[in-house]
Design a protein around this ligand. Structure first.
Ligand code: GLA
Length: 750
């Protein structure tokens, strides 16, 4: 998969679909040559043109060669201050204040598989699943060395990149910036697509033409955030959902990040991504090193869908770890929107009895079970059960679920501390805080200083003590505010620029210790919903609560947006009550259920207060979901329509089982429309000449007012060849009702 040609200095990484090419030029400079569809060989059909570009200077060794400047050459890990004026991949400040360094190629290694990145989440692979190239670069004055790592996977069209920076000199230096990757593209005929959002409104698509100058998608919040996702795509102008060239970039990092594009004077595009250099500074003594987080780079010539298939493959099989990676997830009931802080043993026992009766499999006790927490003002950090609320303790409530045959789950928010807590009274210096300035509160809480080993030990001990003393099968791990005043009482002034990065590295240390010692606990991460939905968290916790917005209609876009990078099995999605608690919308139970079936399915409402009719409907949804769950969670996922298309009124998702024998299609129409266009849905990824039977059809409830009625167009029991379903398609029966949802199941016949 990785070849090196000594004569030309060309490294060629390829699998069946993609090629990534870099080249050592003049024995020194590491240049980017190609990332795209697989090439059988790279023979340099586009050699560098020698042009004298005004104001593009020459490195010293090429003083008389005015056509040679790093300012115009495509590079792999560019420096600033040494003839290139574009965004650099790294910046250092040497002991004497100099910021100029120049990295020259030294040597390389090619190894099977994928090395782990010390202390960081990263993709993993067996020796026959991937190959890794390490290129060693060294500063011409011996003050810095950099290893660039490139992994190519056999089955995923992804290149994983990261960099390790060493202080190879004799004096200390400061890193001011250390990107995970940089890449120069020869033109700028791209649209830039990113996922922006807010609390309860995560991951909305925005696609705009790439502009000259620098554009950035970034978080400065100490976490990957609701507001921006650590993801960026560049799409050819004609690229769409299923066709055209797309480059996708996703960071395996849960802290603040930056993904920048720069279209420069000659129309080329530089892409740079990694930890946000804003406020970043990392002190390196001689001999010390810094490993950057990993970036996943995707090339697709099959549009956004092709990009998503590549990301889903790498996330499902090379990021998510542990026994739950390939297991279907339990259907849960969570008491948050059912009771908020107002619960006791009796209420939870009732909930368990009802959950069992409805066919659910896991009961989750959310916030409010510890310390003196009656609202969100107190007790974070005091991880001891409140026996006034739960007289039988955690064991009592867990066993009331277990004896009914349900699993039991528990909420934590271990990275936080309330000022009104025993922990704070004992250790006020454990919170992040700027000396001499007052605290900044958010949801009445402060953030623990996870850069400190003593704080990390406390967090690990307190969570493990709970997990080891009560039968807990699932943990929801929350993070409900962002970092402000990020100063640590333990670090010296020259290291304060490390706190925001050390916080995330500290979190990873805590997560590794807790999850690896509790391999049978299913962990779900959460940050006020989907505020930390990134590949870094998924390395430790195989699923994430997608959003605090549980409205089915809002979820159609949130889940569609999330699916650009992450597969359905990573998304928590629950049926909640109507009117919905976030937007007040009233939607049919069927619509809420079909929307939630896209992810790890559950209920988040007071099921004990449902009418018999509602309960019967829930039972039928749960029964249906159990049958199709392997297809929905372990198969392949396709977006046929999303709220980001057209008028934003329709959504259609297709799920194809791993063995391609079962297909589930769901369709949603948000608002009924007059003079309605009839929607045709064309399925994807079927065998053209295989026969598929429509084994189940569940129409939206209600009749079309002209009397047609959706049942009359049922295809149930009929069979069609794959080509007809893909190229002619099926029609959605007309109906006159808002928030309509339909579901079809197809089975391939032998
Ligand atoms: C966050 C989560 C919610 C719930 C509350 C509890 O907002 O996203 O699901 O757990 O915290 O305080």
């Amino acid at each position: 998969m990785i070849q090196f040609d000594e004569k030309t200095g060309v490294f060629h990484l390829s699998n069946e679909h993609i090629s990534y090419v870099l080249q050592v030029v003049r024995g020194r400079y590491l240049m980017h040559r190609y990332f795209g569809r697989r090439l059988c060989a790279f023979r340099d059909s586009r050699p560098f043109q020698e042009i004298d570009r005004g104001f593009s200077p020459q490195p010293a060794a090429y003083e008389n060669e005015r056509t040679f400047s790093l300012d115009v050459l495509p590079q792999e890990y560019p420096a600033y201050g040494h003839t290139d004026f574009r965004i650099p991949a790294y910046e250092v400040r040497l002991a004497d204040g100099t910021t100029t360094t120049e990295l020259f190629y030294q040597s390389y290694e090619i190894a099977k598989g994928k090395p782990q990145l010390q202390g960081l989440p990263a993709s993993y692979a067996a020796d026959d699943e991937a190959e890794t190239l390490t290129v060693h670069l060294e500063d011409s004055q011996g003050k810095l060395a950099v290893d660039l790592l490139y992994t190519i996977f056999a089955e995923a069209d992804v290149i994983a990149r990261s960099a390790r920076l060493y202080n190879s000199g004799k004096e200390a230096l400061d890193l001011l910036n250390a990107a995970s990757f940089a890449m120069d593209l020869p033109d700028h005929d791209y649209d830039r697509l990113n996922l922006w959002g807010g609390h309860a409104a995560e991951r909305t698509l925005e696609r705009v033409p790439l502009m000259h100058g620098i554009e950035e998608t970034a978080s400065r919040r100490g976490s990957s955030s609701h507001q921006a996702s650590p993801f960026l795509a560049l799409l050819r102008r004609d690229a769409g959902e299923t066709s055209g060239e797309v480059l996708g970039f996703s960071l395996v990092w849960s802290g603040e990040f930056s993904l920048k594009t720069e279209v420069e004077q000659f129309g080329t595009t530089r892409v740079v991504g990694g930890i946000n250099p804003f406020e970043f500074r990392w002190h390196l003594e001689p001999g010390e090193s810094f490993q950057t987080p990993e970036a996943l780079l995707v090339y697709s010539d099959a549009g956004l869908n092709g990009m998503s298939q590549a990301f889903h493959e790498v996330v499902r099989h090379h990021i998510v770890r542990g026994r739950f990676r390939d297991e279907v997830r339990p259907i849960l009931v969570n008491n948050w929107e059912a009771t908020y802080f107002d619960f006791d043993d009796a209420k939870m026992d009732n909930l368990a009895a009802c959950a069992k009766d409805l066919g659910l499999e896991l009961m989750v006790l959310d916030d409010g079970w510890f310390g003196k927490r009656e609202d969100d003002n107190s007790s974070l950090g005091d991880w001891k059960v409140n026996t006034e609320k739960l007289k039988g303790g955690l064991t009592g409530v867990a066993e009331s679920a277990h004896k009914r045959g349900l699993k039991f789950g528990l909420w934590f928010e271990p990275e936080m501390i309330s000022v009104d807590s025993d922990l704070y009274r004992a250790h006020p210096d454990w919170a992040l805080k700027a000396p001499d300035y007052p605290y900044t509160f958010s949801r009445h809480q402060l953030v623990l200083d996870l850069s400190r080993a003593d704080v990390r030990d406390y967090v690990v001990d307190s969570v493990c003590t709970i997990l080891d003393n009560a039968p807990i099968d699932y943990v929801k791990w929350d993070f409900n505010r962002h970092l402000t005043d990020a100063f640590s009482a333990k670090l010296p002034p020259e290291r304060q620029g490390e706190v925001r990065t050390r916080f995330v590295l500290g979190l990873y240390d805590v997560l590794e210790r807790i999850t690896q010692t509790h391999p049978d606990v299913l962990f779900e991460s959460c940050s006020g919903g989907g505020g930390r939905f990134d590949a870094g968290m998924l390395y430790y916790m195989p699923q994430t609560w997608t959003s605090d917005d549980t409205d089915a209609i809002c979820r159609l876009s949130i889940q569609s947006g999330t699916s650009l990078v992450f597969p359905p099995i990573t998304m928590g999605a629950h049926v909640s009550v109507t009117p919905n608690h976030q937007v007040g919308r009233v939607t049919p139970m069927q619509t809420r259920a079909f929307a939630a079936m896209m992810g790890c399915y559950g209920y988040e409402l007071d099921i004990t207060r449902m009418s018999d009719e509602e309960k019967a409907e829930v039972r039928s949804h749960v029964e249906l979901y159990k049958k199709i769950r392997p297809t929905m969670q372990l198969g392949h996922f396709y977006r046929l329509l999303t709220p980001f298309d057209g008028k934003g009124n329709e959504t259609a998702w297709e799920f194809v089982s791993k063995d391609s024998r079962e297909i589930v299609l769901v369709y949603f129409k948000t608002l009924a429309t007059p003079a309605t266009e009839i929607r045709t849905l064309k399925l994807q990824s079927l065998n053209e000449d295989a026969l598929y039977e429509v084994s189940t059809y569940i129409p939206a409830k209600g009749l079309s007012h002209d009397g047609a009625g959706s049942k009359s167009l049922s295809l149930e029991g009929k069979s069609f060849y794959g080509d007809e379903l893909m190229y002619s398609g099926i029609e959605v029966p007309k109906i006159d009702t808002d928030f309509a949802a339909y579901l079809w199941i197809f089975h391939k016949k032998d």
